[in-house]
Design a protein around this ligand. Structure first.
Ligand code: CA
Length: 443
């Protein structure tokens, strides 16, 4: 449902919010956890607007908010957003609506001054993890990705028979979810290059990124209490960008029969700002399941979700190598697509997660699975773009090529929503750099 916070004509008195290409417009208002550079090191919630951030701890104490908006602001001022997420829409909406009014250019000059006293430049803040991630589950919901990767692993039968019937997932590792900007070491592990030969141990030679989005659980459900698609939709707080780094050689050797383990558990990166589902509302689109495909079973089907379960988030990935940095080049874009192509919606994913009685916790992180669009150039991982490592991807800026990632490569995911008649909103960036492996001295 759209409301006054989606009005494309509304502007902020923070001028940079209206700058061309701005991610943090008045209609966005994403939340994150900030630390002020300098003496005051206490982490607290913040809301980005243009090139500024509203310090929610200062706003809560300012006297500018009353009632539910103030209660929500106090919760969001915490050192993580878990408590605020647990409040549900009754907390999320009053805070968004109050912030929208306070930051709108129609507010009086005296109020502007009071809000300005609660702000600081983004350039003077350090971002922290937005939530304490208690559980992390990663789905597998792009049909194009499943077919592309399936062709590499099982050429005779690329799409597994369950894919069209349920949103597949595995339980991932919460402890190694890190904030954008954190480097990680190339993982060591076992891989086998030839059938019927013993595996080798060493640094991954097929290190990959996975272009994904993440979404966060708000109010919890009790153990044994499944959520319908409609209930699940209301429990999702917001979304971020996510990179599910993957060691393909380790993964393909170890995952049969129990699924991903070391090939996935060494690092998962997320972007620092969480864009709320309310901000994403104008970019919802019909969930398309052609009549030629199996239709969702009744527990995964919902009229509202059919009408608006997909979300059109534009996504792109670029790689910056050491050579790019030496030449002061920004890196080369290697793929671009949209989240709207996923085979399952976020509400269906969450409903599936709980249908057997699994209880979710506030701040739980769900990965959508790799997001690959319908054409080869829209693939969301190098294993697809390089066709299993057989067709190198070019980095035109430096003349280099990649089949998989090399040490020093920095991978950047960007995401934004844009369409005529609505304000642009953006997610910022999710970036991470591959550092050399720990040397076991066994090479
Ligand atoms: Ca993944």
């Amino acid at each position: 449902m759209l409301n006054f916070t989606h009005d494309p004509a509304a502007q902020s008195w923070v001028a940079a919010a209206q700058a061309p290409g701005s991610d943090f417009t008045l209609q966005n208002l994403p939340l994150g956890i900030i630390v002020r550079d300098g003496s005051d090191k206490h982490p607290r919630g913040g809301v980005a607007i243009g090139d500024q951030v509203v310090d929610l701890a200062h706003l809560a104490a300012s006297g500018l908010l009353v009632g539910p908006a103030k209660a929500a602001c106090c919760a969001a001022a915490d050192a993580t957003l878990n408590t605020f997420m647990a409040m549900g829409r009754e907390g999320w909406q009053p805070l968004r609506h109050a912030l929208f009014k306070l930051l709108s250019s129609t507010v009086d000059a005296a109020t502007q001054e009071k809000v300005r006293a609660c702000m600081l430049p983004l350039s003077e803040t350090t971002m922290k993890m937005p939530v304490e991630v208690r559980n992390y589950t990663d789905f597998y919901t792009s049909r194009h990705h499943a077919v592309n990767v399936g062709r590499v692993i099982r050429p005779e039968n690329p799409l597994t028979p369950n894919f069209q019937w349920l949103p597949i997932a595995y339980h991932g590792r919460a402890s190694s979810v890190v904030l954008s900007g954190t480097g990680f070491r190339r993982p060591n592990g076992q891989s086998r290059t030839a059938n019927n030969q013993p595996p080798a141990f060493g640094p991954s030679r097929r290190l990959d990124f996975e272009l994904e989005m993440g979404f966060f659980v708000g109010p919890e459900n009790m153990l044994g209490e499944p959520l319908s698609v409609s209930q699940a939709r209301d429990r999702i707080f917001g979304m971020c960008l996510l990179n599910d780094w993957s060691a393909r050689d380790h993964q393909f050797w170890e995952m049969d029969p129990l699924g991903p383990f070391l090939g996935k558990n060494f690092c998962t990166s997320i972007s620092p700002w969480i864009v709320t589902m309310e901000a994403l509302e104008p970019y919802r689109a019909a969930f398309d399941r052609p009549a030629t495909e199996p239709q969702p079973l009744p527990y995964l089907d919902d009229a509202t979700d059919r009408a608006s379960g997909s979300i059109d988030v534009r996504l792109e990935v670029s790689v910056q190598s050491r050579r790019h940095r030496a030449q002061h080049l920004p890196g080369d874009r290697i793929t671009a697509t949209s989240f709207r192509h996923q085979y399952w919606t976020v509400a269906q994913m969450l409903a599936q997660h709980t249908v057997g009685g699994c209880n979710l916790q506030s701040g739980d992180l769900m990965g959508t699975g790799t997001i690959s669009g319908p054409t080869p150039s829209e693939a969301g991982a190098l294993v697809e773009l390089s066709v299993g490592g057989t067709r190198p991807v070019s980095l035109p800026g430096t003349g280099e090529t990649r089949t998989f990632l090399e040490d020093g490569d920095s991978v950047s995911i960007k995401g934004w929503c844009e369409k005529p008649g609505f304000a642009r909103i953006g997610f910022g960036e999710c970036r991470g750099e591959v550092l050399p492996a720990i040397d076991f001295g066994m090479a």
